[in-house]
Design a protein around this ligand. Structure first.
Ligand code: SAH
Length: 357
């Protein structure tokens, strides 16, 4: 019989399993605490559980732990980038960003990605598989354990499309925000999506207090198709309608991500169309100067184009920020660290940042 995977179970399920094994009810709380608050690396270290119980746990369940392959610390801003090895040998990356409001971890939600956005390094090799809830949690747990600092914020903006791994992602959110676990506030969680319409609506109906970030990147359906193949499946007007529905259901202001690509989507006309498209919504626009990847010819917009774009939106009362680039010296762009690792078969040599592991 195949072993069950215990670290993706919620509190109630763990209680049921413990009862089924014939153990006392309070053991479930102890076990859950080892898994989700003390970040135990195996059943063996759960020393306040009886040896016989631990024996049963080993026999019945697999215990998911992520192995740190590489840890890079930026000398510029303290950002840390991690490569983790999953139990099946696949490798994923995560980022820790230090802000005045707390430490934020950016997690991957899939091994690779199948969405195909033209400017993104994460999707170049396609999707290998979805991550389990425990593998999303493991990224946060290892980072908190290694730094010894509390992780208070989470963004699902690493490799993968969270809403293409919907059920596992939702379970992950449940465990992450559970008071028996890390107990991160829903309001400190942001999920970024390329716009899987039916799942934005499903998420809205969950009525969580998390922030939805929509990767817009274009101001018309035609332009969006050029940059994001997912636009062939969903019309821009339907994506925006789903965003309005999300706001109606949750009261949470939508964030629109707009990666500025030189000469492609950064013109005056683009800014004007964008104002017409979202000007009436309760939203916030995050402009991201595109991070060029060597496999594509896209270039960053120049500083004056970025300013003009921002000013145009602000003139019409839209709230805008320009995403500050972090960890420039440690392969900061999405999916680039993992990709260079896979390309060379080894952790690459880092010239400026400090390789810690
Ligand atoms: N699948 C999710 C998460 C992706 S990464 C999504 O599509 O939203 C988070 C953001 O970074 C997305 O808006 C994505 O489009 C953007 N992004 C990816 N590669 C980029 C690059 N090279 N330069 C700028 N933004 C990029």
């Amino acid at each position: 019989m195949e072993k069950k995977e215990i670290r993706s179970m919620n509190y109630r399920e763990v209680q049921q399993e413990v009862a089924a094994l014939g153990e006392k009810a309070f053991r479930a709380g102890q076990l859950y605490q080892w898994m989700h608050q003390k970040f135990a690396d195996s059943f063996d270290v759960m020393t306040n559980l009886p040896a016989g119980f631990r024996e049963k746990l080993r026999a019945e369940y697999t215990y998911t732990v992520l192995e740190v392959v590489q840890r890079l610390v930026s000398k510029i801003d303290g950002t840390e980038k991690y490569l983790f090895r999953l139990p099946d040998g696949n490798v994923i990356e995560s980022v820790l960003m230090r802000y005045h409001h707390g430490n934020s971890v950016c997690i991957s939600t899939q091994v690779g990605c199948r969405m195909g956005c033209r400017f993104c390094a994460s999707t170049l090799g396609g999707r290998t598989r979805d991550l389990l809830p425990s593998e999303m949690l493991g990224q946060v747990y290892q980072i908190q354990k290694l730094t010894g600092e509390r992780v208070s914020h989470l963004v699902a903006m690493g490799t993968g499309e969270p809403l293409d791994n919907y059920d596992n992602f939702l379970r992950f959110l449940e465990l992450l925000t559970d008071e028996h676990g890390l107990n991160i506030s829903q309001r400190n969680v942001t999920v970024s999506t390329c716009g899987i319409v039916e799942n934005i609506r499903r998420l809205a109906d969950e009525k969580l207090q998390i922030t939805l970030a929509l990767s817009l990147h274009a101001s018309s359906q035609e332009k969006r198709k050029e940059l994001m193949p997912v636009a062939y499946r969903y019309e821009l007007k339907d994506v925006l309608e789903a965003c309005r529905y999300y706001f109606a259901q949750t009261g949470r202001r939508i964030t629109f991500e707009y990666s500025l690509v030189g000469g492609v989507n950064d013109t005056k006309q683009d800014a004007k169309r964008l104002v017409e498209l979202i000007g009436a919504m309760n939203c916030h626009v995050n402009l991201i100067p595109v991070n060029p990847i060597k496999e594509r010819s896209y270039v960053q917009s120049n500083a004056s184009a970025i300013d003009a774009f921002k000013n145009k939106l602000e003139k019409y009362g839209i709230n805008v920020t320009i995403r500050r680039e972090m960890g420039r010296d440690i392969n900061g762009a999405c999916g680039q660290l993992r990709k260079s690792y896979l390309d060379t078969g080894a952790a690459e040599e880092i010239k400026e940042g400090d390789a810690v592991v």
